[in-house]
Ligand binder design. Structure first.
Ligand SMILES: Nc1ncnc2c1ncn2[C@@H]1O[C@H](COP(=O)(O)OP(=O)(O)O)[C@@H](O)[C@H]1O
Ligand SMILES: [Mg+2]
Length: 590
């Protein structure tokens, strides 16, 4: 039961991979044809031994003696050409298939739901894109070449041997199934082991990435030993997995070879035994022996190729799992999607309950409030109270299952993701920058077409122009991986400039000034206030002084709206907000 399931999924994986290959039908067919030619030349060579010996040496036929060298040269010329065409052709197909799969994987990642990103480790995803695709490339090129070229060679040579000696067919039917069953058994082991190897590679990249990203924390908090320990664990695990594969590989290949050798010796024994020699000429016998010798290498390669093939299958499975995973839920029927109304009156959060997992562990409970157009709504609360979660619902980073978010009467789920997100400007706690110039980081994505003047104005409003101009290359300065060449405050100001440039009607600020010192925060605060004008803003602030003028303040505690009103209402109420305010005020007084 289990086995047939396995082979069924296996064949569907093969078929799917072949589907990619068939997009290059012509080159693929030419390569396969060249492989067949190659196989034929091998068989032909063995077959030619018979006329060579019987004709040239035994009967001394002058025609055979004269033409034979030319036939041989022609044969090997054909063999060289066929060898080249098949090797290069199949590599061409393989690399094109990988290019396509790479592209599809990346496009999948771009549209992958935030939730899937939360659960996947970046090391695992990276190893899918790099290691797994290379395994597929190898399977697609090396394996097909060996399977077809060597497979056909073996068939051709077997046919020749069969034709020349009946005894072979008897041996064939005994030995064939034995080898087949053996290979089948091994293949299951191979696949399981290579799956583990892929995982263990992912673990290694994970640990290394963590160290690279967090080396400062590691150094300050003396985490060197525990990091080394984690690494030595995953490292040992990786070695063990590889060694297990090597063990299976090491045992299986010699064993197959031994079985084949046993079989061949038996054949030789029978052919050379007295009664048989009488009905077989020297030429036939030598031709038969040549075929036997020639068949050895392809059979060996065929036995080895199973490792590559199974590795490729395991890798394809992992790739296809990613390709088949769900993309972000967009409007299903684009003809029915609704238009975003820029002149909307209000955003409504209606009875929203939210949990990250499908269980009762609610992160947001019974959220109800309304943000009128052009007003500012501030969310405050302890860390972990659900502020970011609440904000992330609006651009549909996560889907609301219970309750709804509407713009006037339009449910945000009925807008296309693209349209909805085009209406939202966002500055987060961590400012994401790309390894590109300052200019391209501000005018990112859909903002590409903005003019240099607009970019400059945006940079100026974000108080970024001064530091940008200090660079020799100005706006063309590269910022490094995720902006490592800039300070936290500079990064943040570029992120704000990006939001200013987008000029979207809705603005989300999630602790946007948290990485700034109070001096630059004050500067930016002014530009943020400017930015909020005529815009519907939801702001999460870590310093309460920055939101005193908000039209409404929502106090979240463990996912519940505990207090709701403006600054004066909440101070008068003398509850959580007023307490938080007093604490911060006394701290900033000192
Ligand atoms: N991606 C996530 N997956 C699962 N749980 C999460 C995720 N993000 C946040 N949480 C949990 O949801 C709760 C609220 O988090 P968050 O909205 O980030 O709080 P805040 O922004 O107020 O600090 C926390 O308990 C946090 O552990
Ligand atoms: Mg947060």
């Amino acid at each position: 039961m289990h086995k047939s399931d396995n082979s069924k999924t296996n064949s569907s994986i093969y078929m799917r991979l072949l589907g990619y290959t068939f997009q290059h039908k012509i080159i693929f067919t030419i390569s396969i044809f060249a492989m067949a030619m190659f196989a034929i030349t091998d068989t032909a060579f063995a077959a030619l031994i018979k006329p060579l010996l019987d004709g040239s040496f035994v009967e001394k036929d002058p025609d055979t003696i004269r033409y034979f060298p030319f036939v041989l040269i022609g044969l090997f010329l054909l063999r060289s050409i066929a060898g080249f065409v098949s090797t290069y052709g199949i590599a061409w197909v393989g690399r094109n298939v990988i290019k396509k799969i790479h592209q599809e994987m990346f496009e999948k990642l771009v549209h992958m739901p935030t939730k899937t990103y939360d659960f996947a480790s970046s090391g695992e995803l990276l190893s899918k894109l790099t290691y797994d695709t290379e395994q597929v490339a190898e399977a697609a090129t090396k394996a097909i070449t060996v399977l077809v070229r060597d497979g056909l060679t073996v068939i051709g040579l077997l046919g020749l041997m069969f034709y020349q000696s009946f005894i072979l067919s008897v041996g064939l039917f005994i030995i064939g199934p034995v080898i087949a069953i053996f290979i089948k058994l091994m293949s299951v082991r191979f696949r399981d082991t290579s799956k583990h190897i892929q995982k263990s590679m992912g673990y290694i990249t994970n640990v290394v990435e963590e160290l690279i990203a967090g080396h400062r924390v590691v150094k300050i908090f003396g985490g060197e030993n525990s990091e080394k320990k984690s690494f030595s664990y995953v490292n040992k695990n990786n070695r063990d997995r590889h060694l297990k594969l090597a063990l299976i590989q090491g045992i299986s290949i010699p064993l197959v070879q031994f079985i084949v050798a046993l079989f061949l010796s038996t054949i030789i024994y029978f052919v050379t035994s007295d009664g048989y020699l009488e009905v077989i000429s020297v030429g036939t016998f030598m031709s038969f022996i040549t075929a036997m010798i020639l068949i050895f290498a392809p059979i060996k390669r065929l036995a080895e190729i199973n490792v590559v093939l199974q590795r490729g299958i395991a890798a394809s499975e992992s790739i296809f799992n990613l390709l088949d995973s769900k993309s972000e839920l967009d409007v299903k029927d684009f003809t029915k999607k609704e238009k975003f109304n820029r002149d909307f009156l209000k955003l409504n959060f209606n009875n929203i309950n939210f949990s990250y997992y499908d269980n009762d562990n609610l992160v947001l409970k019974n959220i109800n409030f309304t943000v009128p157009r052009g007003s500012t709504c501030a969310i405050v609360g302890k860390s972990g109270s659900g502020k970011s979660t609440l904000m992330n619902l609006l651009p549909r980073f996560y889907d609301i299952r219970d309750g709804s978010l509407t713009i006037d009467n339009t449910n945000i789920n009925s807008l296309s993701l693209k349209e909805l997100r085009s209406m939202i400007g966002y500055v987060g706690q961590e400012s994401t920058l790309f390894n590109d110039s300052i200019k391209n980081n501000i005018a990112y994505g859909s903002l590409e077409s903005k003019s240099m003047d607009e970019i400059k104005i945006a940079a100026e409003s974000a108080n970024a122009l001064d530091f940008i101009n200090k660079y020799e290359k100005g706006f063309e300065t590269f910022v490094g991986d995720n902006g490592v060449l800039l300070s936290g405050g500079q990064r943040q100001r570029l992120a704000i400039a990006r939001a200013i440039l987008k000029n979207a009607p809705i603005l989300l600020l999630d602790e946007a000034t948290s990485s700034l010192d109070s001096e630059s925060e004050k500067l930016i605060q002014n530009s943020l206030i400017e930015l909020q004008k005529n815009r519907t803003t939801i702001v999460i602030a870590h310093r309460l002084s920055t939101i005193e003028n908000a039209d409404q303040i929502i106090v979240l505690d463990q996912g519940i709206i505990k207090e709701h009103g403006n600054h004066h209402d909440l101070i008068k109420k003398d509850g959580i907000y007023s307490k938080l305010h007093k604490i911060q005020f006394s701290v900033s007084e000192k």
